[in-house]
Design a protein around this ligand. Structure first.
Ligand SMILES: Nc1ncnc2c1ncn2[C@@H]1O[C@H](COP(=O)(O)OP(=O)(O)OP(=O)(O)O)[C@@H](O)[C@H]1O
Length: 341
């Protein structure tokens, strides 16, 4: 649905030219939640702002449903923008208007009036969970409530895409969770495509189906979240993943496990996707004459499945242990014997 080809943005400053986005090729499929992660200055804001031409590209194409929107006239662009809602880190609300009037604003611009407008605003207030706050002013709302108004306003004209520019970066962790839950809810209920930019990996982990990692204006790695999390290729991706992996998966902890454990084979199991949800350990104990102790483990849930590592210790007869290992291999679980008894 959204295809970027050779997208580039150069800002000409007195001090010289700054290339904010440097030849980005990207395809964003309909209906998913696509996350773009990068550090400050990587070019994320500039990139997302080019998706609705808030920022004009220096070169390259932004194709939405097969149409290059950088070629549209002002009038056509105004119409095309209604198909894309946007929310911002600092909400960008109209401070002198109530919640109701903030949400009604884009409808008024689109020429929606009277009962139709009233019904739509009430529907949106309900959708984002702000019933009873219609007459409040933004200054009377919490950060999370302000972002809910931002979301309702962005959805007013039934857009196909919602662009989120660091939408939870100004919020505390608990409020962030509730706004992320709301975004997933909207994505599923309205079949809305969401594109978000963030510098926080837990946002990607919690709600995105696909991710692109941005560095110096370029996309350095991209793919389904589960794949990128399990097999990150670039240093930048690994660095972001450290935000959500705990220290206890380090080489040192594994060495400690190996030296502390009693007799028996020590096996590292790596699960991903639906394999993480199978009752593998109970299957092993029931099927083979072995004992299994769990030494250490962590399963992380992401959109589209789970992934994780489990360290187990297997004791029993050599033949049975070998059969159990062979069995594990047939279950789409990677198994590595770290120590053989
Ligand atoms: N309007 C502008 N004029 C000049 N330079 C700009 C402009 N907007 C962005 N830049 C520059 O482009 C580069 C990328 O900035 P951008 O804001 O897109 O990055 P970002 O990844 O979104 O970072 P942040 O989260 O800090 O906004 C930076 O070097 C920035 O200084």
């Amino acid at each position: 649905m959204i295809t970027l080809k050779g997208l580039k943005k150069v800002f000409e400053l007195k001090s010289g030219a700054v290339t904010a986005v440097d030849g980005v090729d990207l395809t964003i499929e309909k209906g998913g939640i696509f996350g773009i992660i990068g550090y400050s200055g990587a070019g994320k804001s500039t990139l997302i702002r080019m998706l609705n031409m808030l920022e004009r590209p220096t070169s390259g194409e932004v194709n939405i449903d097969g149409e290059d929107i950088s070629k549209l006239s002002k009038k056509e662009l105004r119409k095309s923008r209604q198909e894309m809602g946007m929310i911002f880190q600092h909400f960008n609300l109209l401070w002198s208007r109530t919640v109701y009037d903030n949400i009604a604003f884009p409808l008024e611009i689109a020429g929606v009036k009277g009962t139709e407008k009233d019904q739509r605003v009430k529907e949106l207030i309900k959708l984002v969970g702000l019933e009873g706050r219609d007459t409040s002013y933004p200054s009377q709302l919490s950060g999370g409530q302000k972002q809910r108004v931002g979301i309702a306003r962005a959805l007013a004209n039934n857009p196909k895409v919602l662009l989120c520019d660091e939408a939870t970066s100004a919020l505390d962790p608990k409020t962030t969770e509730s706004i992320l839950d709301l975004l997933v809810d909207i994505n599923q209920k309205l079949k809305l495509t969401i594109v978000l930019i963030t510098h926080e990996m837990h946002v990607i982990r919690k709600i995105c189906s696909e991710v692109a990692v941005m560095e110096n204006g370029q996309i350095v790695e991209k793919g389904p979240v589960l794949d990128v999390f399990r097999h990150p290729k670039e240093e930048m991706t690994k660095e972001f993943l450290k935000q959500i992996t705990e220290q206890d998966d380090t080489e040192e902890t594994i060495q400690e496990l190996l030296s502390d454990a009693g007799s028996g084979d020590i096996v590292q199991l790596t699960f991903s996707g639906t394999s993480a949800e199978r009752p593998l350990i109970s299957e092993l104990i029931r099927t083979f004459k072995i004992d299994v102790s769990i030494l250490h483990g962590k399963i992380t849930k992401v959109q589209g499945g789970s992934y994780g590592t489990l360290f187990i210790q297997i004791t029993g007869d050599e033949v049975e242990k070998k059969k159990a290992l062979d069995y594990i291999m047939t279950k789409e679980v990677e198994a590595e014997v770290l120590r053989r008894d």
